[in-house]
Unconditional design. Sequence first.
Lengths: 114, 111
Amino acid sequence: DTEVTQTPKHLVMGMTNKKSLKCEQHMGHRAMYWYKQKAKKPPELMFVYSYEKLSINESVPSRFSPECPNSSLLNLHLHALQPEDSALYLCASSPRTGGEDEQFFGPGTRLTVL
Amino acid sequence: GQNIDQPTEMTATEGAIVQINCTYQTSGFNGLFWYQQHAGEAPTFLSYNVLDGLEEKGRFSSFLSRSKGYSYLLLKELQMKDSASYLCAVRDKAAGNKLTFGGGTRVLVKP
């Protein structure tokens, strides 16, 4: 299994809703990432988990809350989002955070906040 | 911080060659990656350079000069399916080995 899966593919939510994005990989990777990508822009790093511990938080607002329950799963909990948070949210994984390891990206969740 | 520059858009003809340049400034260079991203899809890995020189992978080659803060991606024998965005990304060990992406270059291949 050499892929990163993400659910749901699409999500529409109101500003008062609470929802979660899920990411899973079974490649034994110990580094997992959340990125946000707006249309025609590059991915922007949000969070990095290394060995299930949060190692980088790129000053992301607290309405985004990451969670890494185990080495295969990564969640992003969403609460009280704003319309400007609408974007493609990409999960990625790599064997570790350094070395020659490329990051494998999931297909993304397209989020729309109304 | 990092500054990564690449052209916004390039157009080329099927069967031709296109070279996408990327310049960067970073304090703790620890590798440069090229990714391909088709519209609405996830980025897919193309190449990795950490030492100076050329890495060749089939129709795609990538070059790095660390002293010049410069890389290019060379796409040969262009095919229509190569129409996509190409993202240059630099890893910075001074920033926890995080990957920072350039703005991407949209390549349009015409018949």
